[in-house]
Write a protein that binds this ligand. Structure first.
Ligand code: SF4
Ligand code: FES
Length: 366
């Protein structure tokens, strides 16, 4: 598949970012540094129409996220709408605005799966990262409530230099909480995460130790716990296929109705983003400027254009190319073939070597 004229396969999944409101203030948040307020959010009927359109378009799943999606009082109605549209519904949540009764209502509405975030394996560090006292204890209660309702649970832990040594404890916590899956994701440096990069960047030795722990646990726990592992780009030799390739597998609808190929796409200047208030998902997916712009391989320059990995990683991450190289068309600096790669590695080594600066939290810093 390449360019705008080829028949376009439907997206696998819709990422429905219901709201940017969130009770937590994680310093690695990949949401935009300027958030949409409640008044800009799509109303219930518009979201229900988005769910129905996604089903008609051929999407199989909806990942309902935010911010904290449970901040929306109409969450149950939206889950019901997604289920009616034939979508597998996954709720990505901090858990803080849920309780057992609401989880039961969500399950009754058709919710299929819960992905719950934890910030660390122990409460002091976890609450410091979350920016909220008592958050970790609350999450443990919610994890138990998820399992008590019979919903499958994935635990998601973003790891970075302050908690990366706790990967074995996070694996143990996932087992204790009866999670079927654990996602260990190294912090990505977009949005607020970029502002906190020096506070979050692990050393190469920390990364290698964590990777070895995950590899050993995967073998030991085969059939009991699935561990997904998202490695950090800055120490990589080749980039990941960000979002599974631009406009290939996912479409994002932002709280204000903007239709995006990835949640950070609005950082890229010069792209026009359609909005569900005036454009259908099908039209945006097939013809939207922002979707066509980096889909496939036609847009690539050298070295990607002639690289045998061009249909493996689809050129990596456009938002990272913009953030590091200042040019969304550039080869992703995570790739060793980028002229900026060595500088990126040196930056990671330099930032991780020094004492970490304090976290910058939303609302208490620039
Ligand atoms: Fe991927 Fe481009 Fe690097 Fe090849 S040159 S590995 S396609 S980013
Ligand atoms: Fe936008 Fe990677 S975050 S393409």
């Amino acid at each position: 598949m390449a360019g705008s004229t080829t028949q376009v396969e439907p997206p696998l999944a819709l990422l429905a970012e219901l709201t940017h409101r969130c009770p937590l203030r994680c310093p690695y948040c990949s949401n935009p540094t300027a958030l949409e307020g409640r008044s800009a959010e799509l109303p219930t009927e518009a979201w229900l129409d988005v769910m129905a359109q996604a089903g008609r378009l051929g999407a199989l799943q909806v990942h309902i996220s935010g911010g904290e999606p449970a901040a929306r009082r109409d969450l149950e109605a939206l889950v019901q709408g997604a289920r009616a549209a034939g979508l597998y519904t996954n709720l990505i949540t901090s858990g803080l605005l849920l309780d057992r009764a609401r989880l039961q209502r969500l399950k009754d509405a058709g919710l299929d799966h819960v992905q719950l975030s934890v910030q660390d394996s122990e409460p002091v560090g976890a609450d410091r990262i979350a920016g909220l006292d008592g958050a970790h204890a609350r999450k443990l209660e919610i994890a138990a409530a998820v399992r008590a309702t019979g919903l499958p649970l994935t635990l998601n832990a973003v790891v970075h230099r302050r908690n990366i040594a706790h990967v074995p404890d996070l694996i143990a916590l996932a087992l204790t909480l009866d999670a079927a899956r654990l996602e260990v994701a190294h912090a990505q440096y977009y949005g607020w995460g970029l502002a906190n990069r020096a506070a979050l960047m692990p050393t190469r030795a920390q990364l290698e130790a964590a990777t070895a722990e995950v590899d050993a646990a995967r073998a030991r726990l085969k059939g009991r716990l699935v561990i997904d592992y998202v490695t950090p780009d800055y120490y990589a030799r080749r980039p990941k296929a960000c979002m599974g390739g631009w406009a290939r597998r996912f479409m994002v609808v932002a709280p204000d109705g903007a239709i995006l190929p990835c949640h950070a796409a609005r950082t890229i200047p010069g792209l026009e983003f359609p909005n569900v208030r005036s454009t259908t998902l099908a039209d945006a997916w097939s013809h939207g400027d922002a979707f066509v712009r980096f889909r496939g391989t036609d847009w690539m320059q050298e070295p990607c254009r002639s690289c045998d990995r061009r249909e493996v990683d689809w050129g990596g991450c456009r938002c990272q190319a913009l953030a590091i190289a200042g040019d969304a068309d550039a080869v992703d600096p995570a790739c060793a073939l980028s002229p900026l790669h060595e500088a990126l590695v040196a930056l990671a080594e330099r930032e991780s070597a020094g004492a970490p600066p304090p976290y910058r939290y939303r609302g208490s810093d620039a």
